[in-house]
Design a protein around this ligand. Structure first.
Ligand SMILES: NC(=O)c1ccc[n+]([C@@H]2O[C@H](COP(=O)([O-])OP(=O)(O)OC[C@H]3O[C@@H](n4cnc5c(N)ncnc54)[C@H](OP(=O)(O)O)[C@@H]3O)[C@@H](O)[C@H]2O)c1
Length: 308
């Protein structure tokens, strides 16, 4: 079969002949891959920079995807740490880490959306007791996951959603997705009275936003949960100690590890349904798997989806 094969962390994968995958364990099955998203997680797991990565080469990247099982059913599958990922004509899935998809879904939309959509969905459902009416600030709202977070927060009944980002033109498009307000990072105090922050950026911008935001709160003793989800601006953030004293701030994270695989999987059918019926808007661009080398380093706002 053909696959994308990564031989080192600093070179793109090559499209070439590769041995067929083999199902070795109980619950495993060989499946045909229909579409696999090129997410940040996919790249960072493959190149060894993600905290859950094994970092051994050669490997076939691909952390998730839409596959056809031997009975002909479409499934969305999440792979565990593996050197036989979804950027291939066939791969091996653990059936317990997959969900059967409704008839008629578009594999490319599902493959593009599930990873970014689950970031806010799982964070709000599984990491905190989010309740309708609560107000949400999204930092990094112009990205794929941030755009979906606006829609997910609204689906969950958020009372107000404020979208923060650095690109004024992209921010302007977010009202159409349900954002009640938008703001740049240097005007973050406009979101001072939210209950939950969904932070995809971290690093300097998140740390710099904290004090102005916290000191502008009408009631500093009202609980504020800062949910660390992504780290686009830096793996570390120099958080001032005063931030933890000046307001009732709680910093938590959501991702692989802080949420169990079982809890992630339990949310997948509902997320797939929301993506499938259009409640969550998706920016997806299919790319032939043969063009993986170019796609690997492409800079685009759309989520690229490799199609074998
Ligand atoms: N924990 C989880 O469950 C989970 C799940 C999915 C994704 N994630 C993480 O979430 C993050 C975002 O993923 P994505 O799919 O939305 O990526 P994306 O589509 O590439 O969007 C990236 C976002 O980050 C912003 N950004 C990038 N560099 C920045 C910087 N230096 N300063 C400020 N903003 C910056 C971008 O702003 P512009 O629009 O201005 O470029 C954009 O809003 C990634 O770190 C990803 O790994 C976590």
């Amino acid at each position: 079969m053909h696959a994308a094969v990564l031989s080192a962390s600093d070179t793109p994968p090559a499209y070439r002949e590769h041995p067929e995958p083999v199902a070795a364990e109980e619950n495993e099955m060989v499946v045909e891959v229909l579409a696999a998203g090129l997410h940040h997680l996919t790249r960072s797991k493959a190149t060894g920079s993600h905290y859950s990565s094994a970092g051994a080469f050669p490997l076939v990247p691909g952390a998730d995807g839409v596959v056809r099982d031997p009975t002909g059913r479409l499934r969305y599958a999440v792979l565990d740490d593996t050197r036989a990922g979804t950027f291939a004509e066939r791969t091996v899935i653990d059936v317990r880490r997959s969900v059967v998809l409704p008839d008629g879904v578009d594999p490319v939309r599902i493959a593009a959306a599930m990873n970014p959509a689950m970031s806010s969905w799982v964070a709000l459902r599984r990491r905190i007791g989010f309740t309708p009416g609560q107000r949400v600030l999204i930092i990094g709202a112009t990205g794929n996951a941030g755009r979906m977070a606006i829609q997910v927060a609204k689906l969950f009944g958020a009372g107000q959603v404020i979208a923060a980002g650095r690109d004024a033109q992209r921010l302007a498009g977010l009202a159409a997705l349900g954002a009640d307000e938008t703001c740049s990072f240097d005007r973050i105090e406009r979101a001072a009275d939210v209950d939950v922050v969904l932070d995809y950026v971290w690093g300097e911008p998140a740390a710099a936003a904290m004090i102005p935001m916290l000191t502008a709160r009408a009631d500093r003793s009202a609980p504020l949960t800062w949910m660390q989800i992504g780290s686009m601006a830096g793996q570390t953030a120099p958080i001032p100690s005063a931030a933890l004293r000046a307001a009732r701030l709680q910093i938590v994270g959501s991702g692989i590890g802080s949420v169990s695989p079982r809890d992630f999987i339990a949310e997948l059918p509902e997320i797939a349904a929301a993506v499938g019926d259009g409640r969550i808007d998706v920016r997806a661009r299919p790319v032939p798997l043969a063009e993986v080398a170019r796609a690997w380093t492409a800079e685009t706002g759309e989520r690229l989806v490799l199609v074998p």
